[in-house]
Design a protein around this ligand. Structure first.
Ligand SMILES: CC(C)[C@H](C(=O)O)[C@@H](O)C(=O)O
Ligand code: SF4
Length: 459
């Protein structure tokens, strides 16, 4: 029977059929971050279990660490005990920990593809909702809760209910200045934050095939913002070229064998999807959110929409926006380029390309927080840090930082921030902070003009 990419990965990982749609799955890789990961390791130890496969577990501190230049574990005092706990458990259990300052350290969903910890056809979990990012290489990757993570660490298996298949196609060519971030924000704007609930989403179509690997990670990153725990892109030569030679990628004959298996993964031409959506990629303009949900999003050329219900009115009020006025031109106080959505080398290159020789507008605080130690080193090797600094940006150490403000770094109350992250909830970047989600190019345009601006009009 014809099967989807999702079906193939799921079916090959079923250890036991538990009935009523539930299966016990084998889990190939486990990622741990400082918050949920440290807690899960402690829980496993307290219950007297050993880790089933410490060699398949990879940890990195990212959420509760300072990103100030020269930071140590102690710079953010609130995260120090957690990090020390993670270090100790890593030593005791023998799992790999990529510590601050080491290659491999970084936001968990940035370092996993970067090191080829995640590979096509694998199952991967992490106690973090944006684990779906990793589906961009053609893996089945999803976030799990605390008790599920403990179960995986102790058994290398997990009970899951089989989701249904949803395919989202993007056909046509993206316009200049339009990115994967705009593609996924446009979809969430059109279909809503519940559209993917209960589904594994496959992103497909000519515009997705044309995306570089890092852009596919951005696309999959916001799957959870559409309600889907899992988002994926079928592996192809773009994926294989990206993964080849990376630290944990197979080599030699194993690489050849893996390639043969990976080439059989894409959905069969006549595979059945329970729901199908299609978007015209050429019609997508740069997107910017206006409210407190990722579905509250417009094209930057549009006005702030009229409220349709009390939730919209509350969002307009919180965001300090007036319906009917153009969103472009809205004054901005902060710009954040970072997060597991948009902090990879290609994101930083896109933002730097917009800067040219211009400077950040007076009164705007602008940060670049590279997604990983490797991204930071690569960006510095090609001089991107110098370009950002010359323009007036702060160049920082890797971590989640202003995406979630769990490390003491916050946008001040009432301040307006254009952010390349994925969540614009009330207080997400700090109490009273106002977040507008956008692409790195759009963030750079906002930094230069001191206002929400259409990157295409900057020249
Ligand atoms: C802290 C963590 C569990 C959380 C998540 O699950 O996504 C965070 O990464 C976020 O983005 O809100
Ligand atoms: S960068 Fe943001 S979204 Fe990604 S894992 Fe960190 S806190 Fe979560």
């Amino acid at each position: 029977m014809a099967r989807t990419l999702f079906d193939k990965i799921w079916d090959s990982h079923v250890v036991a059929d538990l009935g009523e749609g539930w299966s016990l799955l084998h889990i190939d890789r486990v990622l741990l971050h400082d918050l949920s990961g440290a807690r899960a390791l402690r829980e496993v130890a307290e219950r007297g279990h050993a880790l089933a496969r410490p060699d398949l577990v990879f940890a990195t501190p990212d959420h509760a660490v300072s990103t100030a230049p020269g930071r140590t574990a102690e710079t953010f005092a609130g995260g120090a005990a957690t990090l020390h706990g993670l270090r100790q458990r890593a030593r005791e259990t023998g799992i790999r920990l990529f510590d601050l300052g080491q290659p491999g350290n970084g936001i968990v969903h940035v370092m996993a593809p970067e090191l080829a910890i995640v590979l096509p056809g694998l199952t991967l979990v992490c106690g973090d909702s944006h684990t779906c990012t990793n589906g961009g290489v053609g893996a089945l990757a999803f976030g799990v809760g605390a008790s599920e993570l403990t179960h995986v660490l102790a058994t290398q298996t997990l009970m899951q209910r089989r989701p249904r298949n949803l395919r989202l196609r993007y056909e046509g060519r993206l316009g200049a200045g339009v990115t994967a971030k705009d593609m996924i924000l446009a979809a969430i704007g059109r279909y809503g934050t519940a559209a993917g609930t209960g589904f594994a989403v496959e992103y497909a179509g000519s515009a997705v095939r044309a995306l570089p690997l890092e852009a596919r990670l951005t696309l999959c990153n916001l799957s959870i913002e559409m309600g889907a725990k899992m988002g994926m892109v079928a592996p192809d030569d773009t994926s294989f070229e990206y993964l080849a030679g990376r630290r944990f990628a197979p080599r030699g004959a194993q690489w050849e064998a893996a390639l043969a298996a990976w080439r059989a993964l894409p959905s069969d031409p006549d595979a059945h999807f329970d729901v199908e959506h299609s978007l015209d990629a050429s019609a997508i303009a740069p997107q910017i959110t206006w409210g407190n949900s990722p579905e509250q999003v417009v094209a930057v050329t549009d006005p702030v929409p009229q409220p349709r219900h009390a939730g919209d009115r509350a969002a307009l009020d919180y965001m300090g926006l007036e319906a009917g006025r153009p969103i472009a031109g809205t004054k901005v106080d902060w710009v954040f380029i970072g997060s597991c959505t948009n902090s990879r080398l290609s994101d930083l290159r896109e933002a730097a390309a917009v800067l040219g020789a211009r400077r950040v507008a007076p009164g705007v605080t602008a940060w670049v927080v590279p997604g990983s130690e490797q991204v930071k080193r690569d960006a510095e090797a090609e001089g991107l840090h110098a370009r950002f600094q010359a323009a007036g940006f702060e160049w920082r150490e890797p971590g989640c930082s202003l995406c979630v403000a769990a490390n003491g770094e916050t946008v001040p109350s009432g301040a307006r921030c254009v952010s390349t992250s994925n969540r614009n909830f009330v207080g997400r970047q700090g109490t009273g902070a106002r977040t507008h989600l956008a692409s790195p190019a759009m963030a750079a345009a906002a930094a230069l003009t001191g206002a929400i601006a259409d990157v295409r009009s900057l020249g």
